[in-house]
Design a binder for this molecule. Sequence first.
Ligand code: PLP
Length: 387
Amino acid sequence: MKVKPSVKADKFEESVIREMTRIANEYKAINLAQGFPDFPAPKFLKEYAKEFIDKDYNQYAITWGTKSIRKAISEKYKKFYNIEYDPETEITVCCGSTECMIASILAVVNPNEEVIVIEPFYENYGPDAIISDAKPVYLKLKPPEFKLEEQELKKVFNEKTKAIILNSPHNPTGKVFSYDELKLIAEYCKKYDVIVITDEIYEHIIYDNLQHIPIATLPEMKQRTITISGVSKTFSVTGWRVGYILAPENLTKGIRKIHDFLTVGAPAPLQEACAKAIENSDEYYQELKEFYEKRRDFLYNALTDIGFNAIKPEGAYYIMCEFENFGYSDDLKFTEFLIKNIGVAVVPGSSFFSKENEIGKKYIRFCFCKKMETLEKAVERLNKLKK
Ligand code: PLP
């Protein structure tokens, strides 16, 4: 019988995070699972989008992105990170950073080459590796600090390593990789001639006056780094599907071809709107940090008070917690209990770890990209857990 899914499609499961959203809706639980905001997008951004829809920007844009958005991205990287990218040859716009990641892996990794995935990881990276026939090799960060240790790097880098996937600020832990950690990764990449594919989608959501450091800015790293970011998180528009890649010309050539045949292009009027927003958002980025820092502090303090062993995030908008104080030892069972009995949906920790790594079972992840009133309501419900 040939009418069945491919072997590849059978190798991975549906996204647990997105499944949690469906279950949350079914049980009318407050959704602190999937990372999407429940508040409006910035007014200026919506006005820009209306402007370009009214001007009839309806047809395919240049496949690798409109001139305007590539120029805006290039200028932003120069201004914020003092690094130069040629908008004509080194920047590609895709349908969200999700497409950026799979297009990048497909463009640079050959079948059976090894790709290092830092664990815990955003759940898309595992299936991304399978889709591209790469061999994922997991580099473990040690809880509770999730510090990167050189002995772990030594275990995973070898002659077969083609790329390493980095994500900073990090989902799910909220870790922001320090300069020294990035330097260590850079040293190993140079030693073994490895490409870094770095997902920096939370670059503007960072706390305690920490600074985001793109690994591409470290000495001799630009030529071996593919930097991915986008507007989903920064501008609270996860449904607009605009993400982008900055990479040296030789890698960009391949990435653009893969992107073209995957999706042709990201939404044309929204690229124009995002270009204007990227040009005019210096103050907005500062406000965004303050907005989320308030939510981080509120939820972190509440969860700690309720009895969770919570990890305080330095960036992104998630809090990982241990929940042993509540008499559960399995993340799936505890998640089910929270949804059905408490009315709050979270993501089970195991979805951020490889199957062999049992440690994820000790964790759940809350997200806090929500209105204060949503978080307050969730905390009110979670307070029922107090002994
Ligand atoms: N990368 C990370 C680390 C994420 O956490 C998410 C969404 O949660 C994405 C990428 C998806 O981004 P996009 O909406 O740009 O595809």
